[in-house]
Design a protein around this ligand. Structure first.
Ligand SMILES: *Cc1c(COP(=O)(O)O)cnc(C)c1O
Length: 231
């Protein structure tokens, strides 16, 4: 028995329950199934269960799955090397890890004119962790402002992975910082459409929804544990 469709239903239930608890409309939450390290067959079983949005971290691995399921919407959620921006801009609908202008400009320049503008979530290093990527909150305003003139990008909002915690209130605190930052940037720059918050994973999606997440990125709770990546 393939447990994945059941897992997917359970995640959808968790989202609905959290929405009831925190007075949110569950239709305002978009689920991204994070399929990194998982097979084309696993991804297909989730797609057949009605899931449309998928997230991938590793370009080489993603290529097969994107080719197999072109009707899905693909989100690039990994670290972006500048020599990979062309492929990302051609194959994906959204990018979640943008944290500097050079990468944003390259994605803009490589986005084919025949496609919709590429959806951009700026990654913020919300806890100022040395090991984590993302723009600092201080530099974010200038970065978003500079990118607002790039015609082939559609600026969606912000993304973060706060420091992991098992404490619900601590989880909420990290997400709240991101939500306030989004609001402040959107107001200062008068950006309509800069409404989105990509936050929440398998272990903290409830806290993220409590603080206004509009996109949650869920891997383990749908596909099961991942084998450690061997590089
Ligand atoms: C792997 C990954 C996820 C999914 O994490 P889970 O804990 O497996 O749900 C979400 N976002 C990013 C950026 C990831 O790399």
């Amino acid at each position: 028995m393939n447990p994945i469709p059941d897992n997917l239903s359970q995640v959808r239930r968790r989202i609905k329950t959290a929405c009831i608890e925190h007075q949110r409309d569950h239709r305002s939450i978009n689920l991204i199934a994070v399929s990194k390290t998982k097979s084309v067959a696993d991804v297909a079983s989730v797609f057949e269960a009605g899931q449309l949005h998928f997230g991938e971290n590793y370009l080489q691995e993603a290529a097969l799955k994107v080719a197999a399921l072109p009707a899905a919407h693909w989100h690039f959620i990994g670290a972006i090397q500048s020599n990979k921006t062309r492929v990302i801009a051609e194959k994906f609908s959204y990018v979640h890890g943008v944290s500097n202008f050079k990468i944003a400009k390259r994605l803009n320049d490589h986005r084919p004119a025949s496609l919709e503008p590429l959806g951009i979530f700026f990654q913020v290093n919300i806890d100022d962790e040395a090991t984590k990527s993302g723009a600092s909150a201080e530099l974010l305003y200038d970065l978003v402002k500079a990118c607002s003139n790039l015609p082939q990008l559609s600026l969606m909002g912000l993304m973060a992975i706060p420091r992991p915690s098992l404490d619900f209130q601590e989880q909420r605190a990290g997400f709240r910082k991101l939500a306030l930052l989004r609001q402040s940037i959107s107001n200062q720059l008068d950006l309509t459409g800069f409404t989105e918050l990509s936050m929440g994973m398998s272990n903290d999606l409830e806290a993220a929804i409590a603080e206004g997440a509009t996109w949650v990125r869920i891997g383990t709770a749908i596909f099961g544990a991942r084998a450690p990546k061997i590089t």
